[in-house]
Design a protein around this ligand. Structure first.
Ligand code: LLP
Length: 424
């Protein structure tokens, strides 16, 4: 996080709080969240895209506090389940500032969105168009999710811009045209714009420019076919961040320039009025604000093999290594060490050999049980992807600000897990 320093004892501090003290006070593993870092990234978005609507993608990390922070900073909120919607509403988020997503929203979820009065619902299937239309008693603003057919070169598990995947209506073969026709045939559905999401962890701004051209082209086609001028273009999220110091990331000013130019060109080419742009960043708002602290449990040297530093968390609090081959850096957080560096694998506590947090990272060779390790870049898609594998409760989220810490979510206990079970 932005607020990271090293104090005189070699201890890593975030927002003036030593990570080792967090490990002592709240236990390990714990997710630490730098409030001002997260708020600062919201502000940067507002500054770099003054005319756009920035809707934070809650799937990255959503708690009541996070929902309050992002909305206080002027962001709207994208939710994709009744659960995320409930968290947002319980934080007091204005429902008109909520966008509801999902490729398989259930009738109950659509009802919850409708009852709450969410600002926009993003339609994703023919079934959903009919279902929502038949259940509405008043007009509802909607967007149609379109798949522009762009390969943004991300991990296949998060590449959503290509045509052959489950989300949205492909521009190809007139499927998006068909969706538009169906929506316009429903008087209670008020079509205000189009949406697309190209994928996640994208580092090349050119893909967003391509999307603008294709989407404005489609909006011009809708004007031609139906005489309707759509005013909103939601370009989704997917802005890539660096997890390790040398990783590429998407520069937001570059992105702003690319979108601006593409809008100028496309709107001139089609003589189409400039739509209002919405962006839905999740990772780029929350990712770097988080750091996970672990305690070393054992250090094991395999003769003729690797050195494993085993910690008290792992794939239950960070499944991204196993899911996407994600790479992280790791730092010793509780003391200074002048020992020579050693190349080690930081492994988790779970019952699979693939439960590794970082492979071949350099850490001091004098690491020992009790040491505290910090893994940065864990604010987005860590708590939200966490599981209770091996009946290990999910870690707390500890917010830090101005030298103080407070728990946003407490650790999940064995009692919590047992509470879901029948008594015998
Ligand atoms: N909008 C829509 C419609 C989305 O589906 C997503 C992410 C976003 C916005 C936000 O994307 P972001 O800016 O955070 O990249 N679990 C994966 C990421 C899955 C993203 C799914 N959709 C990971 O840990 O990398």
């Amino acid at each position: 996080p932005d607020g990271t320093h090293v104090d005189d004892h070699g201890r890593i501090t975030v927002a003036g709080v030593a990570l080792a003290d967090i490990a002592d006070q709240y236990g390990t593993p714990s997710y630490v969240l730098d409030e001002m870092d997260l708020r600062g990234r919201c502000r940067t978005y507002r500054e770099v895209f003054p005319e756009a609507e920035i809707a934070y993608a809650g799937k990255a990390l959503l708690t009541r506090a996070v929902a309050s922070w992002v909305t206080e900073e002027g962001l709207a909120l994208d939710v994709c389940s009744a659960g995320e919607l409930a968290i947002a509403l319980s934080a007091g988020v204005d429902p008109r500032r909520i966008i509801m997503h999902g490729n398989a929203k259930t009738p109950a979820e659509l009802a919850a969105a409708r009852t709450a009065g969410v600002g926009r619902i993003v339609l994703d299937s023919v079934t959903e168009i009919a279902l929502l239309a038949s259940s509405l008693t008043r007009r509802q603003n909607v967007l149609i999710r379109v798949t522009p057919g762009i390969d943004a070169h991300t991990h296949p598990a998060v590449a959503t811009g290509v045509t052959d995947q489950k989300f949205g209506f492909p521009l190809a073969h007139g499927q998006a045209d068909d969706a538009v026709r169906r929506v316009l045939g429903q008087p209670r559905l008020n079509l205000v714009g189009l949406h697309c999401h190209l994928g996640s962890q994208i580092t090349d701004a050119a893909h967003f420019a391509t999307a603008v051209h294709l989407m404005v082209g489609q909006m011009a086609q809708i004007r031609l076919d139906h005489g309707l001028i759509l005013t909103e273009l939601d370009l989704g999220g997917g802005h890539g961040i660096c997890y390790r110091p040398d990783d590429p990331q998407l520069d937001l000013s570059t992105l702003a320039g690319a979108i601006e130019n593409a809008l100028d060109e496309a709107c001139a080419r089609y003589r189409f009025p400039r739509p209002r742009i919405t962006l839905e960043p999740g990772r780029a708002v929350a990712g770097r604000a988080g750091v996970t602290v672990y305690r070393v449990v054992s250090v094991k040297h395999i003769t003729g093999g690797r050195t494993f530093v085993c910690v008290d968390g792992g794939m239950s609090d960070n499944p991204r290594v196993a899911l996407y081959g994600a790479r992280y850096s790791v730092a010793l957080a509780n003391r200074h060490s002048s020992a020579a560096p050693a190349v080690v694998t930081v492994a988790g506590r779970h019952c699979e050999s693939g439960d590794e947090l970082a492979v071949d990272v350099e850490l001091p060779s004098d690491l020992h049980p009790g040491d505290v390790l910090a893994v940065p870049g864990t604010g987005a898609y860590h708590h939200s992807l966490a599981s209770t594998y091996n009946a290990v409760g999910r870690p707390p989220i500890v917010a830090v600000r101005d030298g103080r810490s407070r728990e946003l979510i407490r650790r999940e206990t064995v009692e919590d897990l047992l509470r879901r079970e029948a008594s015998r």
